[in-house]
Ligand binder design. Structure first.
Ligand code: ZN
Length: 70
C-alpha cells in the first residue's frame, strides 16, 4: 500500500522533526526513536498512513512544510 500524499516522512535534515512522520491534513506528528532502520521507519510510516488515510484537509495553513525539498 502506498501512503496518501499528505503523509510525510521527514528526513534527517528537518531538525526537530528529523525522522518524524507527519499528517499534513490534521497536523499529527509521530516522532520515532532514532537511530532507526529504513525498514522500521517505513513500517511506522505505513501504520501512520493507515491511521490517517481518511483525514480531511481542514484548510490551507500556509507554507510551513518548507523542509520538504524532495
Ligand atoms: Zn491525519
Amino acid at each position: 500500500m502506498t501512503n496518501p500524499d499528505w503523509i510525510v516522512i521527514h528526513d534527517a535534515t528537518c531538525g526537530d522533526l528529523a525522522w518524524a512522520i507527519e499528517c499534513r491534513r490534521c497536523g499529527a506528528i509521530q516522532k520515532v526513536a532514532t537511530p532507526i532502520t529504513i525498514d522500521c521507519l517505513a513500517a511506522f510510516g505505513k501504520a501512520f498512513g493507515k491511521t490517517h488515510q481518511h483525514c480531511k484537509e481542514p484548510d490551507r495553513r500556509g507554507n510551513q512544510w518548507e523542509c520538504l525539498t524532495k
